[in-house]
Design a binder for this molecule. Structure first.
Ligand code: RB5
Length: 149
C-alpha cells in the first residue's frame, strides 16, 4: 500500500464491456486504499474487443505510466490470454485471495486479471488488496520467472 507521505502508485486498469462495472468498483477501492487509478477504458456501453483492452494496459506498462495493473473481462480468461502475449506482462487470472497472493509471491505477476461474471465484487476487492500488498518471494522462484521473459 502507498504510504500517505509518498506519491500514490499509479495502477492501470482496463476492461472490455463485460468487465466495466467491476473495473469501476475497483477504481473506487484503489482510491480508498490510497492508490492513483489510471483508467484506460472502456466505459460501460458499447462492446469492445478484450485483446484491444489488454494491449492498452500492456502499452501503459511498457511506456512507464504504471508498474502494475488490473484487467477485467467477463471471465478474465480472454483478457489474460491477450495480456500474456506481451513478454513484459505477467498476468495472473485470480478467483480468490490465495491465488492473488501466490501470483505475486511465486510469479511476480504485474497484472491481476479478474472475471466480472465469475467473481463477486467483495472477493475481487480482497484479491486486489492481496495483489497490491504482497511482494515477490524471489529465491527458487526467481530463475523460473526469469525464464518467462
Ligand atoms: C464478452 O462477451 C466475453 O466473451 C469476454 O468478456 C470474456 O469473457 C472473454 O474471455
Amino acid at each position: 500500500m502507498s504510504a500517505a507521505s509518498e506519491t500514490p502508485e499509479v495502477i492501470g486498469l482496463a476492461s472490455d464491456h463485460a468487465g466495466a462495472q467491476l473495473k469501476a468498483v475497483l477504481i473506487g477501492e484503489l482510491e480508498r486504499l490510497g492508490y492513483h487509478p489510471l483508467d484506460l477504458g472502456t466505459a460501460p456501453g458499447a462492446a469492445v474487443d478484450y485483446p484491444d483492452m489488454a494491449d492498452r494496459l500492456a502499452t501503459a506498462l511498457a511506456d512507464g505510466r504504471c508498474r502494475r495493473g488490473v484487467l477485467v473481462c467477463g471471465t478474465g480468461i480472454g483478457i489474460s490470454i491477450a495480456a500474456n502475449r506481451h513478454r513484459h506482462v505477467r498476468a495472473g487470472l485470480c478467483h480468490d485471495v490465495t491465488g492473488a497472493r501466490l501470483c505475486r509471491e511465486h510469479n511476480d505477476a504485474n497484472v491481476l486479471a479478474l472475471g466480472e461474471r465469475l467473481t463477486g465484487a467483495e472477493v475481487a476487492k480482497d484479491c486486489l488488496a492481496a495483489f497490491l500488498s504482497t511482494g515477490f518471494a524471489g529465491g527458487r522462484h526467481a530463475p523460473r520467472v526469469a525464464k518467462l521473459g
